[in-house]
Ligand binder design. Structure first.
Ligand code: SAH
Length: 257
């Protein structure tokens, strides 16, 4: 057999294989979504949040959320905050697992809690339960500085790197027990707790400014809880209001045995 024709066949075979590869990649249903796909999905997610607000208006006391909050929900790349294999589900209006038995909260709940905080561009906010860092990123778009605490070291470290990579330079992440808050940075204009306890942690009440607001799930950590809005008066007096039944993962740590 002549050498030239053998080489030619190899080239032909390689070209064939390459063509098959390109065909599979372009038609594969699992191929990655592109920026436009994510933008479209994010817009649809915001519409679902609006619909959920409308459905729950009798609990939350209004039919629309602050337009700045909805705008930010339409901007933050939620697919960057979920495990790669779940990226195509990132904009579904539901919580998703992020490992270590924890979840990234449902978009509607993230938007609602952010809205209830009623924070402006100068606010300093504390979040307990960093998880993926998504809620912290949403807050970071709206306020001056965000301090967020996570009790699971690996989750905290990953969230810190992710937030840095995405350019959120007004977020500080600390690994530690958020039940006790972040006294060195207190007081805060607003505090958000994204894990459930059966009472409002007293250290967090102390770290809230007068006229500050705190939003957190309170109730049986292993069943349904109530989302509570706490307001601290000028005189330090505490008023709280139940908003909506919710389900969060438990707040661990604290003074429990
Ligand atoms: N806000 C997150 C979702 C939070 S899930 C997001 O946007 O992705 C609740 C998180 O609270 C979990 O990561 C859990 O590890 C954390 N957590 C539970 N108890 C905590 C505590 N005492 N202090 C700090 N974080 C806590």
């Amino acid at each position: 057999m002549r050498k030239g024709s053998l080489a030619g066949r190899y080239v032909k075979d390689l070209l064939c294989l390459w063509a098959v590869f390109l065909f599979c990649v372009s038609w594969s249903p699992v191929r990655g979504l592109n920026r436009d796909d994510y933008l479209r999905l994010r817009k649809a997610m915001v519409q679902e949040i609006r619909a959920d607000v409308e459905r729950t208006r009798k609990w939350i006391g209004k039919g629309e959320l602050d337009s700045r909050v909805l705008e930010v929900m339409g901007t933050v790349p939620r697919h960057e905050f979920v495990p790669v294999r779940l990226r195509s589900s990132a904009y579904e209006n539901r919580p998703l697992p992020i490992g270590y038995g924890q979840t990234i909260s449902q978009p509607f709940i993230v938007a609602l809690m952010t809205d209830l905080l009623g924070v402006g561009p100068e606010a300093k906010v504390l979040e307990i339960g960093t998880g993926s860092g998504y809620q912290a990123a949403v807050l970071a778009e709206l306020v001056k500085s965000v301090y967020t605490m996570e009790i699971i070291p690996d989750l905290g470290k990953q969230a810190k790197l992710r937030l840095e990579r995405l350019g959120y330079n007004n977020v500080e992440v600390r690994i530690g027990d958020g039940y006790y808050g972040w006294p060195e940075e207190a007081p805060f204009d607003a505090i958000l707790v994204t894990a459930a306890a059966d009472h409002i942690p007293p250290p967090l009440i102390r770290q809230l400014k007068p006229r500050g607001r705190m939003v957190l799930p309170v109730g049986d950590p292993f069943a349904t809880q109530q989302l509570i809005l706490v307001e601290k008066g000028d005189d330090g007096e505490i008023r709280s209001r139940q908003i909506l039944p919710v389900r969060f993962v438990p707040l661990t740590g604290g003074p429990h045995p």
